[in-house]
Design a binder for this molecule. Structure first.
Ligand code: ATP
Ligand code: MG
Length: 393
């Protein structure tokens, strides 16, 4: 029996004139990603992609896991090829879904006929296939409302496919169709979720992480890499730049009022991230901020940080509660890693009483005590690049 993966496109189908380029990007993404699971032949016809293993080495379990994390897909399922005659369709359905039919008490057959020239109409395909299954599995009864299993027969141009239940896909639109943006990534719960959320809307990511050794450890940075590896299962490969932040933080601590420490530090993060973003062809920044979560995430504080940078800053979690963010974090598999207790540069030198309503004029005055340009340049000269999602880490 020849098994394949049947993939149904998501929102792409609505894209009108851009549809071709969306489809091409999705196919390119699938080709890249599925190469990890073996040799697959990937084709598209009538809003359905088929991924067909080319040899016995192909790992179908892994392939399905990869497909399940690829944005732009509404649903997918493993399916079996049958010849386009009712005899082969009947036999294949009864054999391919043997285990599921054995375990079920009720079933129904659904037919989809994209080849309108096929000799039988959908109701006849259902009736004949259902009748055959009932003969082979006499314990079953037909239930068209709430069956334990739905057997689907899809008659297409060159063959028919038989499948059981489809699995819900990752949704979204294909990564690469939404431009590029730089995610400011920490080891916390929020920023990996922000990264995932924007990748879901087709954005290709570059990651920026600020590290302050010796206040932050090598292991804290490794944790960030591990988080990004998980995110890259959805978002695809990306570069991560680690920015040396120690000197900047020490200078702010030494020369600026304590209550403005965090806000000034965040302004440096934005400036430096914007430079890295531009050099990597990114047109926006992304953060994991959520309004009111901490002192630096009030409207006034965000106003004071946003103003130093000239590109859009996306904050996909801005209106979400922590519980809602945690639900996504668990779903995508980053939560357990995020809660490992490692330090972040944001927790170094944190003031006891940070300003929640900083006034821009005073922030700028305080910053004048620093040589912002030289500090920024020095940090940018000493970036470290780590490649994520290449199986190297
Ligand atoms: P997270 O869970 O993402 O760490 P948080 O609730 O702890 O967020 P903050 O520590 O105030 O909030 O950070 C807000 C945002 O700033 C983060 O979501 C992230 O986008 C960015 N950020 C924080 N620390 C770093 C860092 N070390 N490097 C890069 N970006 C960071
Ligand atoms: Mg944090």
């Amino acid at each position: 029996m020849e098994e394949i993966i049947l993939i149904k496109l998501g929102e792409i189908v609505l894209k009108g004139l851009n549809r071709r380029s969306f489809e091409d990007t999705l196919i390119k993404n699938l080709r890249n990603r599925l190469s990890k699971a073996g040799k697959f032949n990937i084709k598209i016809a009538q809003s359905t992609i088929t991924a067909e293993p080319q040899d016995a080495e192909c790992d179908m379990e892994l392939a399905c896991e990869i497909v399940g994390k690829t944005f732009g897909i509404a649903a997918y399922s493993r399916a079996c090829k049958a010849e386009k005659n009712i005899g082969d369709i009947q036999r294949t359905a009864a054999e391919y879904l043997a285990q599921e039919l054995e375990d079920a008490e009720s079933f129904k057959v659904e037919a989809k006929r994209s080849d309108k020239k096929f000799e039988l109409k959908s109701p006849q395909i259902c009736e004949l296939t259902g009748g055959y299954i009932l003969e082979k599995y006499p314990h079953l009864r037909v239930d068209v409302r709430k069956p334990d299993i739905t057997v689907t027969v899809e008659v297409r141009d060159f063959c028919a496919y038989i499948r059981g239940e489809a699995i819900k896909g990752a949704g979204g639109i294909p990564v690469g169709t939404g431009g590029k943006a730089a995610i400011l990534i920490s080891g916390g719960i929020d920023s990996p979720v922000a990264a995932y959320t924007m990748a879901k809307r087709g954005v290709e990511l570059t990651a920026v992480h600020f590290a302050s050794p010796p206040y932050t450890s090598q292991r804290a940075e490794e944790k960030v890499c591990r988080l990004l590896e998980i995110v890259s299962g959805y978002a695809g490969r990306m570069n991560m730049y680690t920015v040396p932040f120690t000197e900047i933080q020490e200078q702010i601590k030494e020369k600026c009022p304590e209550e403005l420490f965090t806000i000034i530090m965040r302004r440096f993060m934005m400036r430096i991230s914007e430079r890295i973003a531009r050099e990597n062809d990114c047109s926006a920044l992304i953060t994991g901020e959520s309004l009111g979560q901490v002192a630096s995430q009030t409207i006034k504080a965000i106003g004071c940080t946003d103003i130093v940078c000239d590109m859009p800053v996306f904050r996909p979690l801005i209106g979400m509660d922590k519980d809602e963010i945690v639900v996504i974090s668990r779903k995508i598999g980053t939560f357990e890693t995020s809660i490992e207790p490692y330090e972040d540069c944001c927790t170094v030198f944190t003031p006891k009483h940070p300003r929640t309503k900083p006034v821009l004029k005073y922030v700028e005055q305080a910053e004048n005590e620093l040589d912002c340009e030289a500090l920024t340049e020095r940090a940018l000269e000493n970036l470290k690049l780590t490649r994520i999602g290449f199986g190297e880490n």
